[in-house]
Design a protein around this ligand. Structure first.
Ligand code: ZN
Length: 309
């Protein structure tokens, strides 16, 4: 085992908990866990080369991925449900966290970084929205690869690679979103420490990732479908995510997801149109959304705020 301490909480009590064969890369992977906080990780790391054009088309280890559809028309993508949800949560945060500026002054922009912006659907959603709580949105994305290049050159977005992002000034952003990104990173501490540095005091980190302490995940252990060892290499539960936030100087905060829960269901039914139609109908009922949320522990995963100075 290559790590001496837990990335999330710093404990030394680390153990091998199981082995599983990859379905895409046909080899054995090992799963490790911290006895202190429950953070899990996979070895060996398959590298970032796996995120290629085949992956973007859903022909890689994640059959649910469809970058091209999202890039071409985010409004027709199920992710629109998730985008609405994130904007709703940020709006709610700014209503409760910040007093409105005096009416005579122009409202200051909200600087928003979408870390791991992928095919750029969320950036396009935010651009179309234009403002939040009466404040204009100033958008930046972070990613690498062919879609990041297209977003930069064809769509005119400000897209930064890791080195450029690392050179950004401290306290630059009001909101940083990391939507289903952190589970892909073999070392989550470094990007979260950067996010913590780049957030303004009082700023919001909107982070989503799978919950390995949910009812469904606990029943299935490492055989849970989310534990795809080629791509999901850092696996979290609410306690270890909170520990990681505190390690980088952020305070965990609870949110209640709705659209993000619906999206997770519809995404997994991408290749089954009939079940999707039924699910879409069922998800109109709030108790169904709450039940799915409880089973998968979506809202149990905290987001974070940077403490005001
Ligand atoms: Zn730990």
């Amino acid at each position: 085992m290559s790590r001496p301490v837990c990335e999330a909480c710093g404990a030394h009590d680390l153990k091998l908990i199981g082995r599983k064969n990859g379905e895409f890369i046909l080899r054995e992977f090992t799963f490790h866990q911290c006895g202190g906080c429950g953070f899990m990780w996979v070895e060996p790391f398959s590298g970032f080369e796996i995120y290629n054009d085949a992956y973007y088309r859903g022909k890689g280890p994640d059959p649910y991925v469809d970058y091209e559809a999202e890039y071409q028309d985010w409004q027709r993508s199920d992710r629109a449900l998730e985008f609405d949800d994130m904007a709703r949560l940020a709006q709610k945060f700014f209503v409760t966290a910040r007093p409105a500026p005096p009416a005579a002054e122009p409202p200051p922009p909200i600087a928003w970084l979408d870390f791991g912006c992928g095919a750029g659907g969320f950036l396009k959603y935010l651009r179309a929205r234009g403002s939040l709580q009466g404040r204009p949105l100033e958008l930046t994305g972070h990613d690498v690869g062919s879609y990041a290049d297209l977003l930069k050159t064809r769509e005119g977005f400000r897209i930064l690679d890791w080195d450029e992002l690392s050179r950004e000034s401290t306290a630059r952003y009001d909101v940083i979103s990391l939507i289903e990104v952190i589970e892909h990173l073999p070392s989550p501490l470094e990007p979260l420490a950067l996010a913590a540095r780049l957030l303004k005091p009082g700023g919001l980190l909107l982070l989503t990732t799978g919950n390995l302490d949910s009812l469904i995940a606990r029943r299935q252990g490492i055989h849970y479908r989310y534990c795809a060892p080629e791509i999901h290499v850092s696996l979290f539960n609410p306690a270890c995510l909170a520990a990681l936030y505190r390690r980088v100087g952020l305070s965990p905060c609870r949110v209640r997801y709705r659209g993000a829960v619906k999206f997770k269901v519809l995404k997994t039914l991408r290749l089954q149109p009939r079940s999707r139609r039924l699910a879409r109908l069922a998800l109109r009922l709030p108790p169904v959304v709450r039940l799915v949320d409880w089973l998968y522990g979506v809202s149990a995963m905290p987001c974070a705020v940077k403490p005001p100075r």
